[in-house]
Design a protein around this ligand. Structure first.
Ligand SMILES: *[C@@H]1O[C@H](CO)[C@@H](O)[C@H](O)[C@H]1NC(C)=O
Ligand SMILES: *[C@@H]1O[C@H](CO)[C@@H](O)[C@H](O)[C@H]1NC(C)=O
Ligand SMILES: *[C@@H]1O[C@H](CO)[C@@H](O)[C@H](O)[C@H]1NC(C)=O
Ligand SMILES: *[C@@H]1O[C@H](CO)[C@@H](O)[C@H](O)[C@H]1NC(C)=O
Length: 243
């Protein structure tokens, strides 16, 4: 009987990736090989590699879509290479950091806080949120898009915080590092969304300015209401809310 149980647990460990709930704290980091899953199991966060690459990234993908479909990558331009000893943790200075097996910080949330009882949680909307010991939002992945805007995200510029949310394409389907296409809000003159090739700065798309009803270059936006966006322009921000 004992052998049967031991075998069962051995087998179970092989097929079920180790999960660690939906959050990390200073005392409980996330090691390479473990993942966090949001409470209703929509999103999963952890280390991943693509194709034959030995590069390790921390990202968020849909938990239930069999083909890993990523919505966010933290260290896209600073992977951990040939090293499965990476850890995502809350540092003693309250920052969310990714540390390689040698103890080097490869990515940080770069916020000023000394909160040691912060908690970082993957939420059901796909947002990875760091809150400090007072429950205040300290940092969120939604403010740092990779190449995907999910419902609930804002895309554009917040004057007060200086957050300027833009997107950069992946280099290729097997390489999440910053690729050649930048999509951003241009605030010179009337605000409008633009896409530029980063290698030669050539403008490849522009939405046309907001005319109060829609973006003038994207008439289907208001006709079909296909994109569930809301444009906001006031004293504090100019951006699209993805609803
Ligand atoms: C992985 O490497 C093998 C052998 O070198 C190659 O045939 C295969 O196409 C590679 N797969 C990917 C996804 O790069
Ligand atoms: C955190 O603590 C360090 C060392 O005491 C201090 O220099 C720094 O200003 C503190 N940062 C914040 C945001 O409180
Ligand atoms: C999970 O939560 C999100 C956000 O609240 C919601 O949009 C989604 O429908 C939920 N999914 C399931 C499977 O319950
Ligand atoms: C926001 O970022 C874009 C793309 O990098 C840049 O062109 C634009 O000037 C920035 N806007 C502000 C207000 O800093």
């Amino acid at each position: 009987m004992r052998e049967v149980i031991a075998f069962f647990f051995f087998f179970f460990n092989l097929i079920i990736p180790s999960t660690a709930g939906d959050s990390i704290t200073l005392a409980v980091p996330l090691k390479d090989g473990q993942t966090l899953v949001s409470s209703n199991e929509t999103f999963e966060l952890g280390f991943f590699s693509l194709g034959n690459s030995t590069k390790r990234y921390v990202g968020i993908w849909y938990h239930k879509i069999p083909t890993q479909t990523f919505v966010w990558v933290a260290n896209r331009d600073k992977p951990i290479v040939k090293d499965r000893g990476g850890v995502l943790r809350i540092n003693s200075d309250g920052n969310l950091v990714i540390i390689d097996g040698g103890g080097n910080v490869v990515w940080s949330s770069k916020i000023g806080t000394n909160s040691t009882d912060s908690i970082a949680q993957i939420r059901d909307d796909g947002n990875f949120v760091l809150t400090d010991n007072t429950g205040m939002l300290a940092w969120q992945s939604f403010d740092h898009p990779t190449d995907t805007i999910l419902p609930g995200m804002k895309f554009g510029w917040d004057f007060r915080t200086g957050l300027n949310r833009s997107m950069i394409s992946w280099k290729s389907p097997n390489d999440p590092s910053s690729g050649d296409y930048l999509y951003y809000l241009d605030t010179h003159g009337l605000p409008q969304f633009m896409m530029r090739r980063r290698s030669d700065s050539v403008l490849t798309y522009r939405s046309g300015p907001w005319n109060g009803l829609g973006l003038s270059g994207v008439p289907q936006m208001k006709i079909y209401n296909m994109f569930h966006y809301e444009f906001v322009q006031d004293q504090t921000e100019v951006l699209l809310n993805r609803l």
